[in-house]
Design a protein around this ligand. Structure first.
Ligand code: SF4
Ligand code: SF4
Length: 204
């Protein structure tokens, strides 16, 4: 069986946030909810400074603490490794948010779906997209599961102008992801948390 994941090449990332916007558009997430984000840091000492960029999303961990903490069974891991949350089963206890060491769980506050992103009513697109969310429950990145199920790549991957994001199957030892991880010493966030993330990074 496949284990879907992603490699993010930090050498290629220019911090444009196209992935952030593509995710927002694809998922229609409410105001303040961002499944894909880019963490920007300034390093060095003036005048020898530069900015570094770290795109982050749910790591779709193989040993996902969010799933282990969920008392209702709402959080579950698909056979292809995608970590999902069922809004119709979620009781909104937020145990998953506490358990996730990467802060990749997002709670839909009461009243949040009454307002669009602009704060000026709900747009026709949001009216459709907001049916995927439930106030008082948890939501998260699905690795664009609806797209993946149609044979498409996640929106953040196809939108990235520098092709810094590579999507594929980590189970294929001779596949592009495993080859890149091997050849460029790919690493994951917080390995000490022992979550076995499915998102790997390649150094600048
Ligand atoms: S990154 Fe957080 S939300 Fe995503 S699978 Fe891992 S523990 Fe769960
Ligand atoms: S908030 Fe929902 S998904 Fe998270 S642990 Fe509670 S029941 Fe499970």
């Amino acid at each position: 069986m496949a284990r879907l994941g992603m490699v993010i090449d930090l050498k290629r990332c220019i911090g444009c946030n196209a992935c952030t916007v593509a995710c927002k558009q694809e998922n229609g997430t409410p105001a303040g909810v961002h499944f894909a984000r880019v963490i920007t840091r300034e390093v060095g000492t003036y005048p020898q400074t530069r900015r570094t960029f770290l795109p982050v999303l749910c790591n779709h961990c193989e040993d996902a603490p969010c799933a282990q903490a969920c008392p209702s069974g709402a959080t579950h891991i698909r056979a292809d490794g995608i970590v999902m949350v069922d809004k119709d089963v979620c009781i909104g206890c937020r145990a998953c948010a506490v358990a996730c060491p990467y802060m990749n769980r997002h709670y839909i506050e009461r009243g949040l779906l009454e307002h669009g992103y602009s704060g000026d009513g709900v747009s026709p697109m949001e009216a459709v997209k907001f049916t995927e969310f439930e106030e008082g429950t948890m939501t998260k990145c699905t690795l664009c599961a609806p797209r993946v199920d149609q044979g498409l790549e996640p929106a953040c991957v196809v939108t990235c102008p520098t092709e810094a994001r590579i999507f594929g199957d980590l189970e294929q030892q001779d596949g592009r992801l495993r080859r890149l991880i091997r050849e460029r010493n790919g690493w994951t966030l917080l390995p000490e948390a022992e979550t076995k993330p499915s998102v790997y990074y390649l150094d600048e």
